[in-house]
Design a protein around this ligand. Sequence first.
Ligand code: DX5
Ligand code: ZN
Length: 226
Amino acid sequence: MNILAPSILAADFWRLGEQVREVEKAGVQYLHIDVMDGCFVPSISFGMPIIRSIRKETELFLDVHLMIEQPRRYIEAIAGLGADMINFHLEAAEDAAEVIELIRSFGKKAGITIKPETSVDALLPYLDKVDMVLVMTVEPGAGGQKLIPGCLEKVKELRNVMYKRGLRFDIEVDGGVNIDNLEQVLEAGANVIVAGSAIFKNDIAVNAKLFLDKMQQELGVNNGTI
Ligand code: DX5
Ligand code: ZN
């Protein structure tokens, strides 16, 4: 199934609740929540209180993307706030297998994330243990950047490895996705699509509908195999 995950990093925080309602009404399935610590990435975004407030008000699947050093320190807290999926960066973890196990121990889905310069090979030991792989298509740390096309090659490679090894996990793409390159991203083999600025800039309902319609069409083209 193709899933749209709007990233609230691009929302207007003055009107966050209202804007979450808008994407919810448009029929999106996930909400992507970017937590930055100012160490793993230069910027600081937001953390626990925001996740808590969102969880209280919505049933949307909360896809939390941790851009923090030593993510194991925060898994219990983030799980306790009601995240449904926790993605951590392979580059930031001392022991990625342990982090995956920890996420699972709280009954949450586990996702492993790679930056643009990290290879698919580095993921190989973990692919049978995760629910999702998040392939960054920009340097993590900021919204509104341009997608790096070379990263889509990694998405293709990952999907091949998945088929060859008979594994099943979602492949999420994050960074610079817009309505013009969406088809290319889906064709590379991603089935969970993060979009920040392309959803929250201008008319949210119109943007979300365009994305969802296109994702539906692509599913037809791919004969529902993704
Ligand atoms: C970047 C974040 C992304 C970001 C995407 O570090 O992980 O989720 O919000 O924003 P756009 O879609 O604007 O590139
Ligand atoms: Zn993200």
